[in-house]
Design a protein around this ligand. Structure first.
Ligand code: PLP
Length: 365
């Protein structure tokens, strides 16, 4: 730290100059985050000082968190779902496995995850000392449910399915996983960090939520397709006792116990997430998702016309293509199989896709 502080003008000219080094979202085709909706920014600013780590001090914000859980629970067909606002999919997935471990007392616990699982499960398994058993994908990049069933044994505490995979945008066979989890009496966590705010707004989507009896918990991230300010995810559980199993005593706070992972938590981000949900409602979300999906299909048509059909028949707005290079100036990403991956988030317009397709075509001319 410098001995003497900077004047505000000087400080902000420094900050602005550094911000120039950040990418503008415009040419970012790889991110699952997007520009926050203006109401999220406004709401976040309104609650900027609020700390949900001590909810008794911020009862208003805490009621917004309860409403957020209720709104997302209802969307997942369980209005009574329990849950809380996490920092994102990684924390939600980690906490889901923690709950599963508390729920089944075995000596060397393991979890069965799909090959396509987000790398947050690797972190969670390492932190929780769980053996991670990886079930292979079928030829459409979805978890092979039979292979998953074959990996379950008496030490398995949970099965994981993904609704909207990070790399190929597909949904695992969640109904089959639900049957398996119920039969074998283990937890079934659904990672819908991305798909959770896409699938409910599609005219036709596979079942993935609490409508399926075996589903015990779900991750869904407002800071992805919920267009909220970062950081805010949400962990939902069917049964309150699952969350309560994580309680620790919090002697010097306004509450006696907490089940969250983080202590201090941003109330502003929670207000931002709820603001978008309340402002757009189901109709607004349907319109946003319809536009993203229309752009996603437009991209796929353009790429197919140039000889690069989409891989995996995605169900959400993530598309992967078997091509080795992307045009200069565009930020795409690459799957573990070295496929080019593009996410049509709300900041990706038809005009931007036209520019990308033109640059892609020129590159191959
Ligand atoms: N789960 C899925 C399916 C994801 O796509 C991601 C991130 O892209 C995560 C979990 C992790 O979310 P976060 O980066 O918010 O921790």
């Amino acid at each position: 730290m410098q001995k003497k502080g900077l004047a505000e003008d000087e400080l902000f000219s420094f900050l602005l100059s550094v911000k120039q080094n950040d990418r503008q979202y415009r040419h970012v085709l790889s991110s699952m985050c997007t520009l926050p909706h203006p109401v999220a920014v406004r709401a976040m600013n309104l609650f900027i000082e609020s700390n949900l780590g001590d909810p008794g001090l911020f009862e208003g914000t805490a009621s917004l968190e309860a409403l957020l859980v209720n709104r997302l629970g209802s969307l997942m067909h369980l209005p009574d779902a329990c849950g809380y606002a996490t920092s994102g999919g990684t924390e939600s997935n980690l906490q889901a496995l923690r709950m599963a471990r508390r729920g089944k007392n075995v000596h060397s616990p393991n979890v069965v995850v799909p090959e396509s699982a987000h790398f947050s499960f690797e972190k969670a398994c390492e932190i929780l000392s769980l053996e991670m058993r990886v079930a292979p994908s079928d030829d459409r990049y979805r978890m092979d449910a039979d292979a998953a069933a074959g990996l379950i044994d008496k030490n398995t505490i949970a099965l994981v399915g993904v609704a909207g995979t990070t790399e190929y945008g597909v949904v695992d066979p969640i109904a089959a996983l639900s049957d398996i989890a119920s039969d074998r009496n283990i937890a079934l966590h659904i990672d819908a960090a991305f798909g959770g705010l896409v699938l409910p707004f599609l005219p036709k989507a596979p079942l993935f939520d609490f409508q399926l009896e075996g589903v015990t918990s779900i991750s869904v991230d407002p800071h992805k397709m919920g267009m909220s300010t970062i950081p805010v995810g949400c962990l939902l559980t069917r049964d309150p006792s699952m969350l309560c199993s994580l309680n620790v005593d919090t002697p010097y706070l306004t509450v006696k116990q907490e089940f969250t992972l983080a202590g201090t938590r941003s109330g502003g981000a929670v207000a931002g997430a709820l603001a978008v949900i309340e402002h757009l409602g189901q109709d607004g979300f349907k319109a946003v998702v319809a536009e993203c999906m229309a752009n996603h299909h437009y991209l796929i048509e353009g790429m197919t016309a140039m000889g690069y059909p989409v891989l995996a028949e995605p169900e959400v707005n993530v598309a992967a293509f078997d091509c080795p290079v992307a045009p200069k100036g565009w930020q795409v990403s690459w799957t573990r199989n070295r496929h080019m991956r593009i996410v049509c988030m709300p900041h990706i317009t038809t005009t931007i896709i036209n520019e990308f397709l033109k640059d892609f075509g020129d590159m191959h001319a």
